[in-house]
Write a protein that binds this ligand. Structure first.
Ligand code: ZN
Length: 153
């Protein structure tokens, strides 16, 4: 039994977030090649050695499907996995707006960190305390914004 009569909810939340990040890192969602891809973009983060490629199928001006591939630290890969779960069905401008919201959270915006539109990606809000890891969290979102903005062939 815990002797702590005043549990620290921040610590509990941060533990939960840590588990979510590791879960996405170990069991990435939407990872692999997308045979129906119309657009793609890849980005590297040389500071950490992260690589993320995003493949997107744009149909009728929306993201019909998305997959990513890559390698790197748990933050970069978990961020890519979480991102792919949020962007399906969105138009390019919505992908861009969501990416901006995510970027605000990663820069420490507390309002963005509690915004439900960011779904499980909110688990990465703690990255704002580690400026050297910001690129790790951002590259998947930047690659996605680029891929979605590219005119489909
Ligand atoms: Zn990294």
């Amino acid at each position: 039994m815990s002797s702590n009569s005043n549990p620290n909810s921040d610590a509990r939340l941060s533990g939960l977030y840590q588990e979510l990040i590791l879960d996405h890192y170990r069991r990435p969602r939407n990872k692999g090649a997308l045979a129906s891809a119309t657009n793609s973009a890849s980005l590297r983060n040389p500071l950490c050695g992260d690589e993320v490629e995003v493949q997107v199928e744009m149909r009728d001006g929306h993201v019909a499907d998305v997959k990513f591939s890559g390698r790197g630290c748990s933050i970069s890969q978990a961020s890519a996995s979480m991102m792919t779960e949020l962007v399906k069905g969105l138009a390019p401008e919505e992908v861009h707006a969501l990416g901006e919201r995510f970027a605000a959270m990663i820069r420490g915006d507390a309002t963005a960190a509690s915004d439900e539109v960011l779904g499980q990606a909110r688990a990465l809000s703690g990255v704002s305390r580690f400026p050297t890891r910001v690129r790790c969290a951002m590259i998947a979102w930047e690659a996605m914004a680029r891929a979605a903005a590219e005119p489909a062939p």
